[in-house]
Design a binder for this molecule. Structure first.
Ligand code: NAD
Length: 484
């Protein structure tokens, strides 16, 4: 199978923070892969803009090193890398001052798409937007890309939205949640809305519950100080898990178009009920192996920030009334796994008797590792000895089903950047979505702060605190095992 790559229009892409960790780790290697795939026209230009006092050649060297270090072994001919580097430039810019702005402005060409990636801390978004405007770069058709975190509560998210709105319309603002750029996440929409098989069963009548898990094996490491100000709820649930929940739970949009999709996601967020405090479990990893405890990393022996959270949410609408959505995410867990599992109800009557045991269909959508989907189907155990039932997975690993093409699965960042150039906002969060997500999250955080809640310690390499298991056991359910 040969993938179809449609080149995008010529563009000038300015990466503010072009020397930073995110640019080197994700954005630049991703752009290089798109270049190698033939998606970038000859006229494309990428300009790094950051504080470091380097020139074009110095930056090209940095870009080449980043591609080697973070390209996951992706290689192509040396002359292709040279051709990519020819399209790269650099301007030292002071986001809060005047330095570099005239130079940057002179490098921007007419007649091409203008995209400005704000890969800097959110405190600089306003300064950059303001300077783009005063230098005539906030043109009608310019696009800006902003990174997470988009605020730390409803108030700050509103303030950020208002700041950006001073110079850019909503259809010019691309708020990145890279989970939306993942292949499997988009496949989730293809599976739901491209087949007749699932949608009739996709409701409270047939679905017992849904589990969304994003588990990491790593701790906060050197980012402890930064992470301690946010915690798992702000860092993961408010954005990534919420977006997954929306895609699983939303009504079919009338078209796969930005506002149609985002309108439906927004309705899901607004229909989320406040979570009962007894249905929230927060945890903090203890020391283990060679690694220090969360509190040591956070450099605060009394920190009450959670590195793990599990909760049970409900959506009040006709489709989902009574169906719980269990969400969990954490660091230093047993395996690095991201998965959505739709657990269907038991067959209404078992003709095979109690000895046949309890069997359920489960549709598991794996985001990592090994992106793909499995559907557990109940069949007869082969061989003589009566009617014994077992569950076997119908496995659709993209790597197996699609061969080489799947191995080349486009990284979320590169897909999303190309969407920016194409002007397609479907996989980006709208301002009202982000605010609605904070409006649901804020009272939960305030609640545990007011109660003086202290997270439960858990051992590294486990599935989190025991209370997380209890959250499920009390309902007669259990989490799916975290598998490597
Ligand atoms: P970083 O600290 O590594 O890099 C910051 C960049 O901003 C540098 O290039 C620096 O030169 C530039 N910068 C800082 N102050 C400046 C100023 N006054 N004028 C001009 N340039 C200035 O940060 P990062 O990890 O690359 O993160 C960038 C953004 O992306 C942040 O908002 C972060 O939350 C977000 N993010 C990062 C990651 C990641 O993996 N690193 C993941 C998700 C989101």
């Amino acid at each position: 199978m040969v993938s179809r790559v449609i080149p995008v229009e010529p563009f000038d892409l300015v990466i503010f923070g072009g020397t930073g960790d995110l640019a080197r780790r994700k954005i630049l290697p991703g752009l290089f892969r798109r270049f190698c795939a033939g998606q970038m026209p000859d006229e494309a230009r990428i300009i790094g803009a950051a504080r470091s006092d380097i020139d074009d050649d110095g930056y090209r060297k940095m870009v080449a090193e980043a591609i080697t270090e973070f390209g996951n072994g992706f290689t192509c001919e040396a002359k292709t890398l040279d051709a990519f580097l020819e399209r790269i430039g650099y301007v030292a810019v002071d986001a809060t001052g005047t330095g570099g702005w005239d130079e940057l402005t002179s490098r921007i060409r007419d007649g091409v798409v203008h995209a400005f990636y704000f890969s800097v801390g959110p405190s600089l978004f306003g300064d950059i937007a303001e300077r783009l405007h005063s230098h005539g770069l906030a043109r009608e058709d310019a696009r800006i890309v902003v990174e997470k975190p988009f605020g730390r509560d409803l108030q700050s998210a509103r303030a950020l939205n208002a700041t950006l709105a001073e110079h850019f319309r909503e259809d010019q603002i691309y708020r990145i949640d890279h989970y939306l750029g993942k292949e499997t996440v988009q496949n989730l929409m293809a599976v739901r809305f491209g087949n007749v098989l699932f949608e009739p069963l996709w409701n409270a009548q047939y679905v017992d519950h849904i589990q969304i898990t994003v588990a990491e094996t790593v701790g906060v490491g050197g980012r402890g100080g930064y992470y301690d100000k946010s915690g798992a709820m702000r860092d993961m649930v408010q954005n990534h898990l919420m977006q997954l929940l929306c895609l699983i739970a939303m009504e079919p949009p009338s078209k796969f178009e930005p506002d149609e999709v985002r309108d439906e996601k927004l309705k899901v967020i607004r229909a989320l009920e406040p979570v009962d405090p007894h249905h929230i479990v927060r945890g903090q990893y203890a020391a283990g192996g060679d690694e220090a405890s969360y509190r040591e990393h956070a450099e605060d022996p009394r920190s009450t920030t959670e590195s793990f959270i599990a909760l049970k949410a409900h959506i009040s609408n006709w489709r989902w009334a009574g169906t719980p959505f269990y969400l969990r995410t954490g660091k230093r867990l047993k395996a690095r796994t991201s998965e959505i599992a739709v657990v269907f109800k038991d067959a209404p009557h078992s003709i095979f008797g109690v000895d046949a045991g309890r069997h359920r269909n489960v549709l598991a959508i794996r985001l990592q590792p090994n992106e793909g989907m499995t559907l557990d189907v109940t069949i007869k155990e082969p061989g003589p000895g009566g009617m014994r039932l077992i569950d076997v997975p119908l496995d659709m690993s993209f790597a197996d089903a699609l061969g080489e093409e799947a191995e080349e699965v486009t990284d979320a960042y590169e897909r999303l950047i190309m969407d920016v150039i194409r002007g397609n906002q479907t996989l980006f969060m709208r301002g009202d979505e982000v605010e609605a997500a904070w409006a649901w999250t804020d009272p939960l955080i305030e609640g545990w702060q007011n109660r003086g809640d202290v997270p439960k310690p858990y051992d590294p390499g486990t599935s989190g605190p025991d209370d997380s298991m209890m959250l499920m056991h009390r309902d007669g359910r259990r989490w799916r095992e975290l598998k490597k």
